[in-house]
Design a protein. Structure first.
Length: 419
């Protein structure tokens, strides 16, 4: 089989890596890919949102299956276009992607079907939004209703901060004309629950936890994610089962009833609050960097899963390795703000139980260089999270580059609780 993976970050490297372990896959292409992916797939210089270009490539190169990583491509309608042409593609339609791209659509769906989440109201008028926020306690949670590259959510600690954010979202149209969802502030540890979904059929993946803040101790600005680990010891089996039934399966069923059946990976960003598990957000795709600690644990054939889900078939329950995985992101100094590129990277280890996924790298004059904010995700595997962590950090310490930083406490919250 010939497979095209759309995207170029660490998540796509992990998808390519999983597909390369499949006995059914002869050839993998990745568009646009990166320097690490280029060792396992043929990279294709097409942007992930160039839907017509990707369609043409898939037709000309007899691609049997396309797997989509990033939300931008899904939002651009890549799945709809491929299906119109009779091509097999793994991912949700643009209409189903609304569960991620429209906070209001997601909230309305959850309230209508009794899926546990924070109470909310939505506004397109600045004055009305401000009056509502000012009548309620802080922190205030403000969510711009649209794709905003992870920057559309503000948890404002003071009224001044909330007002500034509302002005940006509703008066200055920072992300374009839109609405704002104002929701109740919830507290508790967050975790990610990804499931393969094909209409009403849902197959769970192991749980993972992301680390969104830039610096140790959950300090500093929000990022795309600075590290992750799986499994998540602070979520009990009963809680996981509840989240599977009352959140993930119920949401898939709700999407079917609403006439927008979901196909692909449904990502639940969940919080363990004192009143039970609640949804913070849904994504319509694999999480990054969670995928880099989940897919290495997949023991079943990735091609069978992606192809079966893409076709709307029932698949065999995927099997997972019990061993833990923990990954540390090495990012460019300055990230998530502005940063330099082109710094040479050496010393990437080739060790058992360690995999280095490339997030933002390229090759220049035969040398590996940095080319993104997040550059590498170094994943260790082990019998325990502690062992996985020690292996990941051991490998991190052997990688040399003048312009990278990383968090030293990935997994600490889980390890302090359990081990
Ligand atoms: P989201 O993009 O919706 O996941 O929001 C980004 C981050 O904002 C989440 O990971 C949470 O840490 C925080 N957040 C979002 N919604 C809430 C909420 N209702 N209460 C507390 N924190 C929240
Ligand atoms: N790790 C968060 C996300 O993929 O959106």
């Amino acid at each position: 089989m010939r497979v095209l993976v759309v995207g170029g970050g660490g998540r796509c490297h992990a998808i390519v890596d999983a597909l390369s372990r499949s006995g059914k896959v002869d050839k993998i292409f990745c568009a646009p890919g990166n320097a690490g992916i280029a060792h396992q797939a043929e990279t294709v210089p097409l942007k992930d949102t160039d839907v017509e270009g990707l369609l043409g490539f898939a037709e000309t190169n007899s691609i049997d299956l396309t797997v989509v990583g990033p939300e931008a491509a899904l939002n651009a309608g890549i799945v709809d276009r491929f299906r119109e042409k009779g091509l097999r593609i793994f991912g949700p339609t643009a209409a189903a992607t609304k569960i991620e791209s429209s906070k209001e659509f997601a909230k309305e769906l959850m309230i209508k079907y009794g899926i546990p989440t924070a109470a909310y109201r939505s506004f397109d008028d600045y004055e009305a939004a401000r009056d509502y926020v000012f009548s309620r306690p802080v922190p205030a949670v403000l969510k711009y209703d649209g794709l905003a590259a992870g920057k559309g959510v503000v948890v404002a600690a003071t009224y001044e901060e909330a007002d500034e954010a509302l002005r940006g979202m509703l008066l200055d149209d920072r992300f374009g004309k839109g609405r704002v969802v104002v929701e109740d502030y919830l507290e508790g540890p967050e975790f990610s629950f990804m499931c393969f979904v094909s209409g009403g059929d849902v197959w769970p993946m192991p749980l993972a936890q992301d680390h969104k803040r830039a610096y140790d101790g959950n300090e500093g600005p929000n990022t795309g994610g600075m590290g992750a680990y799986s499994p998540v010891p602070f979520v009990t089996e009963e809680e996981r089962e509840y989240a599977f039934e009352a959140i993930m399966k119920k949401t898939a069923a709700a999407m079917v009833l609403e006439g927008v059946p979901f196909t692909g990976v449904l990502y639940g960003g969940l919080m363990k609050t004192k009143d039970g598990i609640k949804v913070i957000e849904f994504n319509a795709r694999f999480g990054d960097p969670e995928t880099e600690v989940i897919l290495p644990r997949l023991r079943s054939d990735a091609y069978d899963i992606f192809a079966g889900v893409a076709e709307g078939r029932s698949i065999e329950e995927p099997e997972w390795d019990d061993r833990a995985a923990l990954g540390v992101v090495m990012a460019s100094e300055g990230y998530p703000g502005s940063y330099g590129k082109g710094f040479v990277i050496t010393g990437i280890p080739q060790e058992d139980n360690v995999t280095v996924y490339h997030m933002g790298t390229s090759e220049k004059e035969g040398r590996l260089v940095t080319s993104g904010g997040r550059v590498l995700m170094v994943v260790g595997r082990g019998e325990t999270l502690a062992q996985a962590r020690d292996r990941a950090y051991g490998a991190v310490s052997r990688i040399e580059c003048d312009n990278l930083f990383y968090r030293t406490d990935i997994g600490a919250c889980a390890l302090e609780r359990k081990e």
